[in-house]
Design a binder for this molecule. Structure first.
Ligand code: ADP
Length: 468
């Protein structure tokens, strides 16, 4: 695997080498032009001004006369060397007064022989050093009688250009190394938190859920670490809830089963001695506990259907007051046992809603069941229906124990039971919420510890002449 760090470092490096390369080439070209172009044009200028000043005088003289003239008038040319060549390129005299036996064949001389003034730079074949040279032909009428060759040593320029290019190369390499270090550092900074995150994820996949990613910065990676941690906490919470649910559901299932088993054994073993009263009590407990069991199983089935989004609604248009009243009547029998009063009041106007009657009643019964469960004797439960902002509203409020503020944000979550010690799966409100939302409505819970709880259901109103 090629790591992000390696890729980043390579990309940075490639970029900086490219930039340094381009800048270096431009710098070298500028230096080259400045120094070599400068010495070339100064030699050329000198040659051309000599041709203009002395060309005419020279052309009228013999070769010896020209050599004499040159020594007297042109030999003092500073660092520039002057040579008088005959029409074959042979040196006749140079500015030092020597006349070595050498015949030039360099491009500048060949061009001058052809009648053109031109420059050339390279290794001077006679002096053995790099020079820039300009040769001008001297004409007598239409004949080239001799040539004047101006040349200047490039030794100083060469060493100057060389040291400048060397300096530029050192700076370039230093910049590349600096950027290499910088890119390594930057890549390390980016990659380190990713590696930590990967490590934390690996620990998690190995079953250690206590690990958290470290949020080192507030950038995208920091946010990723934060999201990761939130996800881990959420998964942890769900895992805990699932375990709690399994243990509480096992407990819920065991209690009625124990009682059913106990009573059925008692009735079975001592059926002859058991009094009529005892048989009746036993059977009624068995029935009640069986109902409780099937209620729990129903909840679980609903829950799994809602989770899989396969719950089917069979809706019809119904009068809200009627269906609420039916639910109230089913639960009002609990008034005596619990010593809690249930008062229902209905809107005067007719409110029509499109609902699945069974599912809606299930929600109402769950809300009323909770209200009875969490209201102490002497308390009051109030059920109200009304129209508000064109919507059907059902309110179930009680003067019960209320819900702790810390539990409120989670109360509609699946398996959440708050601080309730009473039996229950913690699924009732979650199922109710899903059912109401499937009807296009909403559920809202307000509660104050020690004061009571108010659950408000809102449903869209159905037009009476709508198809059923
Ligand atoms: P269950 O099906 O076990 O009753 P619910 O989802 O209906 O679970 O309720 C979840 C929790 O919300 C309950 O265990 C209880 O703590 C709290 N709760 C619900 N309704 C009320 C209420 N009317 N008064 C006080 N607490 C309530």
């Amino acid at each position: 695997m090629k790591s992000i760090q390696t890729r980043m470092v390579w990309s940075f490096l490639l970029l900086i080498v490219l930039v340094v390369g381009v800048l270096g080439s431009v710098f070298a070209a500028l230096i080259w032009n400045y120094y070599y172009g400068g010495s070339q044009s100064s030699v050329k200028q000198r040659a051309e001004s000599t041709a203009a000043l002395h060309g005419r005088s020279l052309s009228s003289l013999t070769l010896y006369g020209q050599a004499d003239y040159m020594l007297q008038n042109l030999s003092d040319s500073g660092t520039t060397r002057v040579q008088l060549l005959d029409h074959t390129g042979q040196i006749r005299i140079d500015s030092d007064g020597f006349a070595p036996e050498y015949r030039y064949r360099t491009a500048d001389v060949m061009n001058a022989l052809a009648g053109q003034t031109s420059d050339w730079s390279g290794l001077d074949p006679y002096y053995g050093e790099r020079v820039v040279a300009v040769t001008i032909p001297i004409w007598n009428e239409s004949r080239i009688v001799s040539m004047l060759r101006y040349s200047s040593s490039l030794q100083e320029v060469d060493s100057m250009v060389q040291s400048l290019i060397q300096m530029a190369a050192i700076v370039g390499i230093a910049v590349i190394l600096l950027f290499l270090g910088l890119s390594l550092f930057l890549a390390q900074r980016i990659v380190k938190p990713i590696r930590e995150l990967t490590r934390a994820a690996r620990y998690m996949s190995d079953g250690d859920w206590t690990r958290r990613a470290l949020k080192r910065s507030d950038d995208e990676i920091g946010q990723l670490a934060e999201t990761f941690n939130t996800m881990v906490s959420e998964l942890n919470k769900r895992e805990r809830m699932k375990n709690d649910f399994i243990s509480s559901i096992s407990h819920e299932l065991r209690t009625p089963l124990t009682s059913i088993k106990g009573w059925s054994e008692t009735l079975n073993e001592g059926s002859s001695e058991a009094s009529q009263e005892e048989v009746k009590l036993g059977l009624s407990i068995i029935t009640k506990e069986t109902e409780r069991l099937s209620g729990l199983v129903e909840d679980l089935l609903d829950f799994s259907k809602l989770s899989a989004r396969t719950l089917q609604l069979y809706t019809e248009i119904l009068q809200l007051n009627g269906i609420v009243k039916e639910s109230v009547q089913q639960l009002i029998v609990r008034e005596d046992r619990t010593e809690v009063k249930l008062i229902d009041s209905y809107s005067d106007e007719e409110i029509w809603v499109r609902v699945d009657a069974n599912r809606f009643k299930q929600v109402m019964i769950n809300l009323l069941d909770n209200a009875f469960k969490f209201t102490l004797p002497g308390g009051l439960i109030r059920v109200t229906t009304k129209l508000a902002d064109g919507k059907a509203v059902i309110i179930v409020s009680d003067t019960g124990t209320g819900i702790d503020e810390q539990h409120m944000p989670h109360i509609l979550e699946r398996f959440y039971k708050g601080s309730a010690v009473q039996g229950g799966s913690g699924l009732g409100l979650a199922i109710s919420k899903e059912i109401i939302e499937l009807h296009g409505g909403s559920i809202h819970i307000a509660s104050e510890k020690g004061v009571g709880t108010t659950v408000t259901l809102t449903l869209p109103q159905a037009l009476q002449n709508q198809d059923c």
